[in-house]
Ligand binder design. Structure first.
Ligand code: DGJ
Length: 730
């Protein structure tokens, strides 16, 4: 059983593989957080709550209730009753007052995992994969019930959380904060690891020890953002890739978020994650329900590497859906860096024709095929074919590309509208805006009000016409700006602050319709590179464009950071031309291939114009990708090098689940004279088995030797050189 209830202690224990999470009902129905960590026997852990220590429990001595409120490790703390640490939940009741008091009402335990209404969430493929605990908490005076939902996965060290709020009273209530998770740690001796970034520099790992007070990352941009990813790990100071205790938190959501740790006066840590409550308010009328998105919590007793692999397994099996979930993705060529806006249908065909001869399987037509778009200053929202560029029409091009034996994919940016567009001229009120204020332009575009069904329907109608007009088998869904002046012409004054979340729900609704109506289409998300690389998007699209920076060396960091919680199989990664358009660096074609092979793999260049030498290298590069793709897509990922700490080299591995083979990849970033070979310890092998490296089958070494002593990696001459080694079990 993954979830058990101990009647005498009134405690719930969730067991997820080697992890357990204990919470319990204490004095007067408060819900306390007792333990999160390595699996334990069925002890009564009530002593961990220190209920017998000063300042006493309300039941035994009520003279200092406020101190009790400010010290109990609450499972879902509310605002206004004396708990001055960060709260997870706050309201304004019918009188405008903010205090809220949630007490235990009931619970139920069941197999499987519920879906969250309108929201992405992890799921079970069969009910025996997980068990769920629902605890209903109530605030009688406010007429509210909050159901805390916990799911423990049987074979993964994963517990998920969310909360559903229902107005069961007769009066309106305003929700001013509904976080999804709060976890208390009985120590302040933790490091906080987050992923910050910027356009073309996404997901940089930052690690620092916690200090007293609050430390957080967040987004108020309307998307998860380049700047901070909704991921945080808290770990022991000594934790590294392979050892030490780590707790990973990832939000299955694509809008505003907060991830915050607070070290309190008693040297404890309270961690919270949820929708950012800045500019958030939700009117809950009698009978209405609000659902908070899911937080995935991973525990690892063996370092960050194990934590990441647990996230990867969960997301590959229990988050990503659809026909492409477990399939090798077609090797694509995208024309963005090849032509930008400067193309014709004939030019696209020429690229496809050359690509098809080299083994590339899909032509993706990027931005600029619609309206009258020759640059980024027009036509978003006009999803009809730009005849001047697309002479003969879209279908003719797609048919010609299909006749080459290639699939065809198309770029859309469905959430946006250009001021210079038929859509905006007809419906200026459909853009998100504050009445009476000018709209702020960003990349010459405005954001459509996706809280409005008629707006989504209209855009989707245009998209459907295009999708039904030709054999389109892939969509790149882009989103190139953040939200400003967040107000809706369709919402009443008292619901304006709901727009941030309603916008995200609208995006999810349209992605859901698209993937339901077109189940064969492979959907790749994108947001000015990787500004929406989050678990919410992975529910709709099995791959996400990682970054607009396609330079192989920059990608070492970007992909390493992304792998903290997202699987490599989901990382959009392409071989592009050199000098690289973002950084001006020239790297060997081979290295670009080895780095792109970590992800979905494809090309982002004008294959008719690159050097003959590079072009000639493509068939072998594709063969190499094909050889290792199953291993990369389904195997365990091990980070070995770390460019954030030592930028002279990088290395990583993929090991098959049965440990029968492993791919080792190495990049020499800077070449050095007169150096000995580098000794690198392999990871993840079976210590008792023997392995040979494919190019030297006569040399057999135990997994133990390969992992404890390592291999000598050298012989590379020059900067940015790479090498791959394939180890096979004897
Ligand atoms: C941003 C994306 O990340 C690029 O790959 C490209 O699709 C452009 N947008 C097109 O505008």
């Amino acid at each position: 059983m993954s979830v058990t209830y101990n009647e005498s202690a009134r405690s719930f224990k969730l067991t997820a593989k080697d992890t357990c999470y204990v919470l319990q009902v204490v004095s007067e129905g408060y819900l306390a957080h007792t333990y999160f960590g390595k699996a334990l026997p069925d002890d009564d852990l009530t002593y961990l709550l220190r209920l017998d220590e000063n300042p006493f429990t309300p039941e035994t001595n009520d003279r200092d209730r406020a101190s009790f409120m400010d010290t109990l490790p609450f499972e879902y703390p509310t605002y206004g009753l004396g708990d001055y640490r960060e709260h997870a939940f706050a309201i304004r009741d019918k009188n405008g007052a903010a205090a809220c008091d949630l007490r235990y009402k009931s619970h139920r335990i069941y197999d499987g995992k519920p879906a969250l209404d309108g929201l992405p969430a992890t799921f079970t493929n069969t009910p025996d994969e997980a068990q769920t605990l629902e605890i209903v908490m109530e605030d009688k005076p406010a007429g509210l019930e909050v159901t805390l939902i916990y799911t423990a996965f049987t074979d993964l060290d994963v517990i998920t959380r969310s909360a559903v709020v229902k107005n069961v009273g007769g009066d309106d209530v305003k929700l001013t904060r509904v976080y999804s998770a709060c976890v208390e740690f009985d120590t302040e001796k933790l490091d906080m690891i987050t992923l910050w970034g910027s356009w073309a520099r996404e997901r940089v790992i930052e690690r620092s020890p916690l200090h007293h007070g609050k430390q957080s990352v967040d987004s108020m941009r309307g998307e998860s953002s380049h700047q901070n990813n909704p991921f945080t790990a808290l770990c022991e100071h000594k934790a590294d890739e392979d050892s030490g205790e780590c707790f990973g938190f990832n939000f299955v959501y694509s809008g505003n978020f907060i991830s915050q740790a607070e070290v309190t006066q008693h040297k404890k840590t309270r961690y919270v994650m949820g929708i950012n409550s800045a500019d958030f308010e939700w009117l809950l009328e009698p009978g209405e329900v609000f659902t908070a998105p899911e937080v995935v919590m991973v525990h690892s007793d063996s370092g960050l590497g194990k934590m990441s692999r647990t996230f990867h397994d969960l997301y590959r099996n229990n988050l990503i859906r659809g026909e492409w979930k477990d399939k090798r993705r077609p090797i694509l060529i995208n024309n963005w860096e090849a032509t930008y806006f400067n193309f014709t249908a004939e030019k696209i065909y020429q690229i496809a024709e050359q690509a098809s001869k080299l083994g590339i399987e899909m032509m993706v037509l990027d931005d600029g095929w619609f309206g009258h778009r020759d640059s980024d200053n027009s036509s978003l929202g006009d999803w009809f074919v730009y005849e001047k560029k697309m002479e003969g029409g879209l279908k003719a091009l797609v048919d010609r590309v299909n006749a080459l034996g290639m699939k065809f994919g198309l770029w859309f940016e469905p959430e946006m509208v250009s001021p210079d567009s038929e859509l905006y001229r007809a419906h200026p009120d459909w853009a998100i805006q504050v009445k009476g204020r000018p709209l702020t332009l960003c990349r010459e575009q405005y954001v459509l009000d996706y809280s409005r069904k008629e707006v989504r329907d209209y855009v989707y109608g245009m998209m459907r016409k295009i999708l039904d007009s030709a054999n389109i088998e892939y969509i790149k869904w882009d989103m190139n700006r953040q939200l400003t002046e967040v107000a809706s012409n369709a919402l009443p004054e008292n619901r304006q602050r709901e727009l941030w979340h309603r916008y995200v729900l609208g995006v999810y609704d349209l992605m859901n319709r698209l993937t339901t109506d077109y189940p064969h289409i492979l959907l790749e998300n994108c947001s000015g590179g990787g500004a929406r690389f989050d678990a919410g998007m992975l529910y709709y699209s099995p791959q996400i464009w990682c970054s607009d920076d396609t330079d192989a060396i920059e990608r070492l960091k970007i992909q390493h950071g992304t792998s903290m919680c997202y699987p490599c199989s989901a990382m959009g990664a392409h071989v592009s031309d050199c000098p690289n358009h973002s950084v001006g660096r020239s790297t060997p074609f081979e290295t670009r291939g080895h780095v792109a092979m970590v992800g979905t793999f494809g090309y982002e260049l004008d294959v008719t114009r690159i050097s003959q030498e590079d072009r000639d290298a493509i068939p072998a590069q594709i063969a190499e990708f094909n050889k290792y793709n199953t291993l990369v897509r389904t195997g365990d990922h091990y980070r070995i090098g770390n460019m954030f700490e030592d930028n002279l080299w990088d290395a990583w591995m993929f090991v098959s689940k049965d440990r029968s083979e492993a791919l080792f990849e190495f990049v020499q970033v800077i070449g050095r004279a007169n150096e000995r070979s580098r000794r690198i310890k392999l990871k993840g092998l079976d210590p008792e088995a023997y392995y040979f490296e494919e190019s030297k089958p006569e040399v057999k070494l135990s997994g133990a030797a390969l992992m404890e002593c390592g291999i000598n990696v050298g012989g590379l001459w020059g900067d940015y050189k790479s090498k791959i080694l394939h180890f096979v079990r004897v």
